[in-house]
Ligand binder design. Structure first.
Ligand code: KG4
Ligand code: ZN
Length: 341
């Protein structure tokens, strides 16, 4: 058993918002004692995307095992846990309900306080795990399968969204384009890998500008441009170079994410900038930000890939800061699929 001080705050975190069943134990906000993820990707791959009902059913099957695994790996007994943190939105309602119900049941049975956590707050907080020196305020780009947000992190758990996508999220565009060029689900990592063999300047795909808010994003036009390009090649009886399409598409997404983010960093006068969410695992995106931030004297932070995609450690970190702010939820906590940040 891990030796704990009585003052240590140990958060047991649970995350089931999409297709990962995850649990983690986090000590004093920044130290991850365990991070167990049961990924359902293989189950959903044959359908080309996440099937909500299958996700919920699998969460039900796996959740107890994953939580036991997280406690065991951390060397911590349930009675040593200070608070139970759980993602209660946004996400798939049936999937969220599994984690929320589990966390409520555990809290009810043990008397351990319950803390509901916003999934995006979790993604942003993933940056605190490996960057002990990082503290708010800073600017953060959150790019995942469901969200593309430019966020001012004013304080722990205190956010202002200054830019958002008008249509598709960045990860969604990766997934749709990957499917169109025959790479399968999930598209992000596959496009990331294949792009290394392609020419990012081969096809001039559009970089969308959104009229009224310079920080907003739009990716549906880019997705349509890729589909039109594929159709016109097919009509002309020409084969496509998958790697060139992947690399050119990826470059178009990255250019827009980088331009809007750095514009915000400059306008708001930040010297710290972070990225988060599944798309933040993209190797070319990380390289592009690294270059641009270095040239502008801005400190650039990003989580390891395992903390970019969905995991419970990030929920444990965000949950810790909620807990020490005094946030407690009752047993009426419900899943909120469109929870606002
Ligand atoms: O954060 P996440 O695990 O789940 C959501 O909260 O949505 O993000 C998943 C998304 C998927 O769209 C996936 O294709 C994308 O992140 N993704 C990537 C990479 N790894 C995951 N996109 C680009 N490059 C990657 N290496
Ligand atoms: Zn996520």
């Amino acid at each position: 058993m891990e030796q704990q001080n009585r003052e240590d705050v140990l958060i047991l975190a649970v995350e089931t918002s999409c297709d990962e069943t995850a649990a983690s134990v986090v000590k004093n906000g920044r130290e991850v004692l365990s991070n167990v993820i049961y990924t359902q990707i293989a189950l959903h791959t044959k359908f080309g995307g996440v099937v909500p009902e299958i996700a919920s059913r699998k969460h039900i099957e796996k959740i107890n095992q994953v939580i036991e695994g997280a406690l065991e790996e951390a060397g911590v007994a349930l009675r040593d846990i200070t608070a139970i943190a759980v993602t209660y939105g946004p996400g798939l309602v049936g999937a969220l309900l599994v984690g929320v119900s589990e966390a409520k049941a555990l809290s009810f049975a043990t008397g351990i306080p319950l803390v509901g956590v916003h999934h995006i707050s979790g993604h942003i907080s993933a940056n605190y795990i490996e960057h002990r020196e990082l503290e708010p305020p800073f600017a953060c780009l959150v790019a995942s399968g469901g969200h593309s947000h430019l966020v001012v992190v004013k304080d722990y758990g205190q956010y202002e969204i200054i830019g958002r996508t008008r249509d598709d999220a960045a990860g969604e565009a990766f997934d749709k384009v990957a499917r169109a060029i025959g790479l399968g689900y999930p598209g992000g990592p596959k496009i990331d890998k294949l792009s290394k063999e392609g020419n990012p300047d081969a096809i001039p795909f559009p970089r969308a500008k959104v009229g009224s808010n310079e920080y907003d994003f739009s990716f549906s036009g880019l997705k349509s441009a890729v589909l039109n390009y594929l159709n016109s090649c097919q009509m002309r009886g020409e084969g496509i170079n998958q790697a060139d399409v992947a690399a050119s598409f990826q470059k178009a997404v990255i250019d827009v994410l980088v331009e809007h983010s750095l514009h915000a960093v400059k306008e708001y006068g930040f010297h710290k900038f972070a990225i988060a969410g599944g798309v933040a695992a993209n190797s070319s995106l990380r390289a592009a930000f690294e270059r641009k931030c270095a040239g502008r004297n801005v400190a650039f932070y990003y989580p390891s890939p395992i903390y970019c995609t969905d995991n419970a450690a990030m929920i444990g970190v965000a949950g810790y800061y909620e807990y020490i702010r005094g946030v407690r939820h009752g047993y009426d906590l419900n899943a909120v699929p469109n929870l606002k940040l």
